[in-house]
Ligand binder design. Structure first.
Ligand code: NAD
Length: 417
């Protein structure tokens, strides 16, 4: 069990409770939202390459499905816990509501250490996990997607296992698939692209030129790595990036193509030698204009929030800032775009992928990106205006909007029976 103050489920509940008070949430609806709809814990026996059998623990949590089927990623990580899954599932409920896509929230994960597993072991682990949760997922029920340490190949195995069970191809069961089996163009970079649109929207509101700023990105995976490339293509200067092994810094700017090449060769961004080696804590404390945490949760805490030296934080990761740190950042006048808005691009293009999969009618990448930009910009404007109107942070405004939307859906549907 994680320390109580950093327990993700406690923090998610505190966030809900504080917004409930602010918007005068109906007490009955508040109670419903404090409880995930469904929590599955499954044991996953896997034949390892050496012939031994190992049993892994997996989870799938569906927080709320009033606005539509559950949607949420699947994470493979040694630190996965049920409380983390519950918190991330709740976060997905809010995220889908904030950007107005017709889904509820879910999250899944397996306690495992992917670098220690062969590709064959990951495939067998994935297929058995899917077979253990198969009655609870499907295009109308719950649609998984990639998250930390899961990727399009793993999504393909999920789609294949589900389809084998049904006896026909079901592309709508999962998003983030390879395009050869119904994945959407633009999905792989969608979360990063959404973060970039947020940065450009803030720049307009706060009156700075995004092309002349210094960017720091923590995490160089799907979100952080793609963001570095997209920002660089626009002409922005990335001064530091980091991953689980540490960070690299060059105030003249890093070239993401070269960093990625070094990472492919050495397994980490620290393999890139034309930069100063720094620790992850030093990376978060660098003097910069825009800081993007794009790794794991609880990276900015009350221990380091007063050391952060940036104008703007855009939360690409889920839950990177603890509530205590959030308060410190707000008092220090640092503008924070909260995770449920900033990283919603992946969920939005997942929605596009699901729609395309159900219709078997596929869109161009340009169409996907334009629709993504429209939805992100509209959501950003709505949250920004709400935060100005009520004189609250973007995080509080985003939660107010999300909880009100979900509450309205619960109210209008009524309580069964
Ligand atoms: P990923 O596995 O592709 O990359 C994670 C990155 O974080 C890697 O570079 C890893 O080395 C780094 N990292 C891990 N532990 C670290 C640590 N202790 N310190 C510094 N760096 C560390 O995962 P991803 O898909 O890029 O997801 C990153 C974050 O974004 C997660 O919080 C995830 O929930 C969130 N997110 C992802 C998506 C998506 O579409 N992939 C969508 C929304 C939110």
């Amino acid at each position: 069990m994680k320390r109580n103050s950093l327990n993700p489920w406690r923090m998610a509940l505190e966030q809900l409770d504080s917004v409930a008070g602010r918007i005068g949430l109906d007490p009955g609806i508040h109670k419903i939202l404090q409880h995930p709809k469904r929590q599955l814990i499954v044991s996953i026996p896997v034949r390892m390459d050496n012939g031994d059998t190992q049993v892994f623990t997996g989870f799938r949590v569906q927080h709320n499905v009033t606005r539509g089927p559950a949607k949420g990623g699947i994470r493979y990580h040694p630190d996965v816990t049920l409380d983390e899954m519950k918190a991330l599932a709740m976060l997905m409920t809010w995220k889908c509501a904030v950007v107005g896509i017709p889904y509820g929230g879910a999250k899944g994960g397996i306690i495992c250490d992917p670098p220690e597993l062969s590709s064959g072991e990951v495939e067998r682990l994935t297929r058995r996990y899917v077979s253990e949760i198969i009655s609870f997922i499907g295009p109308e029920k719950d649609i998984p997607a990639p998250d930390v340490n899961t990727n399009p190949q793993i999504m393909a195995w999920i789609m294949d296992t589900f389809s084998m069970d049904r006896g026909y191809s079901v592309p709508g069961v999962v998003t983030g698939k390879p395009t050869s089996i119904g994945g959407s163009l633009g999905r792989n970079t969608a979360t990063a692209r959404g973060v970039m649109y947020c940065i450009f929207n803030i720049a307009k509101k706060l009156g700075f030129d995004p092309l002349t700023q210094g960017y720091v990105i923590q995490g160089y995976g799907n979100v952080g790595g793609n963001l570095a490339h997209l920002l660089n293509q626009q002409g922005c200067k990335i001064i530091a990036v980091g991953d689980a092994e540490g960070g690299i810094y060059n105030k003249k700017g890093l070239e993401p193509d070269k960093v990625s090449e070094a990472m492919r060769e050495s397994g980490s961004v620290i393999g890139f030698t034309d930069a100063e080696r720094i620790t992850n804590q030093e990376l978060l404390a660098l003097d910069c204009d825009v800081l993007v945490p794009a790794a794991l949760e609880n990276q900015i805490t009350e221990q380091n929030a007063d050391k952060v030296k940036t104008k703007v934080i855009v939360e690409a990761a889920n839950g990177p800032t603890t509530p205590e740190a959030s308060g410190i950042l707000e008092d220090r006048g640092i503008f924070v775009v909260p995770d449920i808005l900033a990283n919603a691009g992946g969920a939005i293009v997942s929605y596009f992928e699901w729609v395309q999969g159900i219709q078997f009618y596929f869109w161009s990448e340009r169409e996907v990106n334009l629709k993504l930009r429209d939805i992100m910009t509209h959501a950003f404007e709505t949250v920004f205006n709400l935060s100005s109107e009520h004189k609250v942070s973007m995080r509080t405004a985003a939660y107010m909007l999300a909880v009100e939307k979900v509450a309205e859906a619960i109210k209008v549907r009524g309580l069964y029976p």
